[in-house]
Design a protein around this ligand. Structure first.
Ligand code: EPZ
Length: 422
């Protein structure tokens, strides 16, 4: 398995290009199942999760061609000859559940493995199933699979009210509703930019959607959807992650393609911590205001609140802040696995349930550490960039799921970083 070795202490400066959003691409790709005409996605990120989704769609009979070194995906679902999403693929990536709604909506039946939990939590899919049942689907859980059937006349429009905000359940409901008969209203819908991006792509395919980006989305079902060409929205989590590289190393980096509207809650926190974020013609420029990092408190919330996917990363920054920061993780039940690894590097962190209290120390020290999940692994990379000495991060396959060519992007800004195959 690959390891990444970093020798910390260098101030990063230069430019980092931000790729298309993993979490937008993973819901845009299954949208091909709603139509028998071609769907072309541009600005696609080159990540292992995208390759996993490609493998899953291929197993259903869809054609997915990766063009221009992976930045363009050409998808076609005119020949879906298998409606079962197998456990051996689904267990690798929870987003696989997003083929359920589209397959059910267009072909009337689907068998999808339950994704199972992952490192950060149990992550059930009950809200996905609640939405599809409201639209008339008959769902049976058997042998670890969801066996789903639509009524003979197809799914029907319904009012879907989610008891809690769920990005994936909103995406499944939104896609299914585009072909349901009648009107669907999704209440307490997720408002993430990835939902808005999906809605815009579906509208290009002929869907009638309004309210995307608010907590109430209305969809008028149509008979069929056509093809489209759509650019994947910028990855706000990659953006936020790389905004921290000049912050944690006291350098200056311009994030190419960065958009402030995608990270406003995060940028506000950085401002309070002593980091300047400036809009430029090419994106966002980030540097420290006056040398020190101030402690700040963080509570993770659904968009437009502070994103849970940036909690591990800002924790790395706050390990050497002046003062004590309290981080509350309100979205997932076990998303502090980076804390013990940061403690190995000399951080002072006390985790009690969903709350982590970080007391700033003068400087972290390099150490051998272990990546446990996608965002935890990049948190360790950030800490290593500023730490004294050498850090060896193992199990970096977690990193490759969500960060495109991370060592290239960081080395281009002066980091002493290399990947070794062991
Ligand atoms: C999406 O996951 C993202 N993944 C996650 O990013 C992100 O952390 C999460 O949204 C929250 O923003 C993709 O888009 C592929 P949820 P999702 O449904 O849709 C509970 C990353 O690092 N819940 O909004 O699975 C759930 O357990 C990944 O890129 C139910 O109880 O998240 C969680 O506690 C990690 N029942 C909360 O809701 C359900 O049916 C929010 O989950 C669904 C969710």
């Amino acid at each position: 398995m690959d390891q990444i070795i970093i020798r910390g202490g260098r101030a990063l400066s230069g430019q980092i290009p931000i790729a298309g959003a993993k979490n937008a691409c993973l819901t845009l790709m299954p949208a091909t199942l709603l139509s028998d005409e071609p769907l072309t996605l541009t600005n696609a990120p080159r990540l292992s999760d995208i390759r996993t989704m490609t493998e899953l769609l291929g197993s259903l009979g869809a054609e997915v061609s990766s063009l221009q070194d992976g930045k363009v995906l050409a998808l076609s679902s005119h020949n879906i000859d298998n409606h079962t999403a197998d456990y051996d693929i689904v267990r690798k990536m929870r987003a696989s559940i997003l083929v359920l709604g589209p397959m059910l909506a267009r072909d009337g039946h689907a068998v999808v493995s339950l994704p199972g939990g992952c490192a950060i939590g149990a992550r059930p899919v009950d809200l996905h199933l609640q939405a599809l049942e409201a639209m008339g689907a008959d769902l049976e859980l058997r042998d670890g699979y969801v066996h789903a059937k639509a009524p003979s006349e197809g799914l029907k429009g319904a009012v879907v009210e989610f008891p809690m905000v769920s990005v994936g359940a909103t995406e499944n409901a939104l896609m299914a509703a585009t072909l349901a008969k009648g009107t669907t209203v999704i209440k307490n819908a997720a408002r993430e930019p990835e939902i808005v991006d999906l809605a815009h792509c579906l509208q290009k395919m002929g869907a009638h959607i309004s309210g995307e980006g608010t907590s109430e989305i209305t969809i008028e079902g149509v008979e069929r959807l056509g093809g489209a060409t759509h650019p994947v929205v910028t990855d706000r989590i990659e953006l936020g992650t790389y905004m921290l590289t000049p912050a944690i190393t006291d350098g200056e980096v311009e994030l190419l393609g960065g958009r402030l509207d995608l990270v406003s809650a995060f940028a506000e926190k950085l401002d309070a911590a002593g980091i300047a974020v400036t809009e430029t013609d090419a994106g966002l420029k980030v540097s420290r205001k006056n040398g020190r990092i101030q402690a700040v408190d963080v509570v993770t919330e659904p968009f437009p609140g502070f994103p849970t996917d940036l909690q591990a990363q800002i924790m790395a920054l706050l390990c050497t802040a002046d003062g004590t920061s309290v981080l509350e993780e309100k979205i997932f039940e076990n998303r502090f696995m980076h804390a013990p690894e940061l403690i190995r590097m000399g951080a002072s962190i006390d985790v009690q349930g969903g709350t982590a209290t970080v007391t700033g120390v003068e400087r972290l020290k390099g150490a051998p550490v272990m990546a446990t999940d996608l965002r935890a692994s990049v948190s360790l990379i950030l800490a290593a960039l500023a730490a004294e000495g050498e850090t060896v991060v193992s199990r970096v396959y977690h990193l490759d799921r969500g960060y495109e060519r991370v060592e290239e992007k960081l080395r281009a800004c002066g980091a002493d970083i290399e990947r070794v195959n062991t």
